[in-house]
Design a protein around this ligand. Sequence first.
Ligand code: KIV
Length: 278
Amino acid sequence: MRKSIQKIQNFKKEGKKITVLTAYDFSTAKYIDAAGVDIILVGDSLAQVALGYDSTTDIGMDEMLVFTRAVSRGVKDALLVADMPFMSFQVDKVETMKNACKLIKAGANAVKMEGSSDFVIDNIKHLTQNGIPVMGHLGFTPMNVNTIGGNKVQGKDADKTINILKDALKLQSAGCFALVLELMPLQSSQFISQRLRIPTIGIGGGKFCDGQVLVSDDLLGKYDRFKPKFARQYSSLKDIIFNVAKAYCSDVENGVFPSIKESFVLDNEEIEKLENYK
Ligand code: KIV
């Protein structure tokens, strides 16, 4: 059974770090779920790492739904969160609710929304008061990259950190069950994490967050357009894929694939009939 929101929130009280990874397809979801990750996120980062778009703002609801359905089929034990894509919640309450419901019907247990403008907070309240769990996202918010002017560390001084805390408290009051803190000095995210009841999940936010999230393609070493400073690469899947594809091409070209063991074989009697066919 999938982990509940309450269970995830209790981890903070118990001092157990919360593990979060993104997934965009059925089999990756299945294996990271089996490995025991607490939350699987169908992040809109899939726009860049799985679909090759330049920005997360390029992905729409229809695409998010296809990937959420695929991931959901692979998830048994983790809580499944799906990102509300750009312009799916910067719209009126009715439209926001419709879009969130589509993701829930696609198999997500909760949705994630970036930012903390009054407008977004009203929409978050509308969802949480009507049974849709929401994870917030502050610090660097990739959807606002054009306003921010690049992937810049946020909360770089005490005043800015206090402002992010104020926003975080608003999101907590709006009913968010957890909060992603992206690209922040570790002391800033520690300051915020200590003052929130809900768990914080860091990405480039240092070790004092209540949990950590990484984009699975960064962890696996599959995406190479850029390598964030905060991402630890545990394998080099891109080299594995490259080497495997090369070995396959060479085996086909040299006639060593497929072998007899990898082929279906006719009985001798049938072979003889074919040989005697005029
Ligand atoms: O889209 C995403 O993958 C995210 C995280 C990595 C937090 O929002």
